[in-house]
Design a protein around this ligand. Sequence first.
Ligand code: SF4
Length: 603
Amino acid sequence: GVSLNRAVVRHLSKLIGMPIRADAYSPLHGAIGAAARLIQENKLDNPISVRRPIELFRPSKETRTYYYPPLESSRSGAPDFQPSENYLYRSARADFQPEVEVERFESLPAGESTEVYLGLDIGSTSTKAVLTGPGKKAIAGFYTRTAGRPLQAVQALLEAMDDLARNQGTAFQVLGAGTTGSGRTFIGRIIGADLIIDEITAHARAAVELNPAVDTIIEIGGQDSKFTTLHQGLVTFSTMNAVCAAGTGSFIEEQASRLGCPLNEYSRRAEGIRAPLASDRCTVFMERDLNHYLSKGYGVDEILAAVLHAVRDNYLSKVAVTSRVGTCVSFQGATGRNRALVAAFEQKLGQPIFVSPYCHLTGALGTAFTLEESGPVRSTFRGIALYRQAVPIETEVCEYCTNHCKIKFARLAGETVAYGFLCGRDYQTREFVNKNRSGFDLLRERAKAFRFKPETPAGGLTIGLPAALHLFEDLPFWEKFFDLLELKTRTSEDCRDAVLRGKSLAGAEFCAPIAALHGHVAWLVHRCDRIFLPIYLEARDKPPGQIRKYCYYTQYAPALVSRMEETVRRMCLVPLLEPRAGVFAELRQLYQALKPIKPDLTF
Ligand code: SF4
């Protein structure tokens, strides 16, 4: 299979100084050779003659099975997404290439200025802006990719606004500007925003304005997805995805590009299509299943539909709380424009899903609505013309504490605008400032509650407890456990560079938590005699009757880590602790793991 990696082939070829031949059949050469030999030896009942390897291949007779019925939306009544005018605008900026999608929803009065509120939603994947007129009327929307340059993305949107105003013979008079999204604070300070609000508030505000009956918001954005419930227009609950990208738009986008499907064709191609069942656990398993189906001859459109089912199931099981889904569900985020994805939700939830024509702009829209509601202000907005100004962003690493925050700052009109402080300090303050002014520190209280004085006398073996992964939560438990057995313990809580240390030792590209475990174990090697590294297959704190498995890597983390070096392997105590096997089985595992180091242990 490695022969298909052109970079490897090129490198090897350079090393040996001669060309290497590799083609699509290279991974199959063993099998082709065996078949060719069989034919050559003429031992077949019905001899065949083959001139080229391709003639050895026969189409698979395997039948395809489908788990999901065709993706059809019969109840949701999707909008037609046809504004009065829409076009793509390319910014004149040399430092920002993505185009801006401009939508004009209302006609603008030529020869007069137009009063507007400006809402900006700066996300990690896309940046959106909406201009609304008095009376909460959406006038125009602007959408572009953030492309890792939020400031340039916002400047490109401002430039597109200026262009729209010029083309319509008007000038926008901005009554107020507000920001939301992950870049809201930094950009908000740069543009002089009058309002900076979080995404949940902004999305909820827009949802209720667009449909007052909404009690549930499903929001799937580029890199995050959220689930929000409301009661009489007020947010009652909200949750978002963890680090996993499986239930987000970026996974859909990635698969579309891998399968050669332009995003604007995705919905059309997946609609009305049946799909096989793909894993909803994480992107690695999802992709594995999708590749499997491709190799089994399923059509690309069927795989596209399977992706949507997998993303929906991942969202419903990992992000949403299905028991809280209400009777009026609003689907928000740019993914709402994918009718097939909305149909997948409708199919599973068995109820209509409301999609607004502004679903991709709701964060910005909610911000603009909130601005208007907060009444007249003397706006501090620096103006649409800000796009003409070069605003160099500098970064520096704060050295006032071990967090080493990466601070971004820009100088504008003699003022320094900075962002990125994890504590409560600002750019002028030269020390750590505690954000928590309540006097109550939950983590400190927790540490106090679990603190105990070990009673094990000095001398004897020390057991190392890695403060990483699933073990972190259980540290106090195992400290007490070993203390009762009169064994000293040492945790790796003081290891400050676990990820960095682990990355160089792991020997493969793992996620940060697994790399950190490697780092913690390496830190313990010279500080203890044995390292306690139990295998946990599933979580203990789960609702009755449910199974909550740890991810594949976590389950087998002890095996991965003990491969680091022989010393580690010899030091590790690895009992298999599986609650479902029962207390007796767990005790036996612990006994077997600890007996060699504690001969007086009885069972
Ligand atoms: S900004 Fe605050 S938390 Fe971050 S490194 Fe500096 S002092 Fe520490």
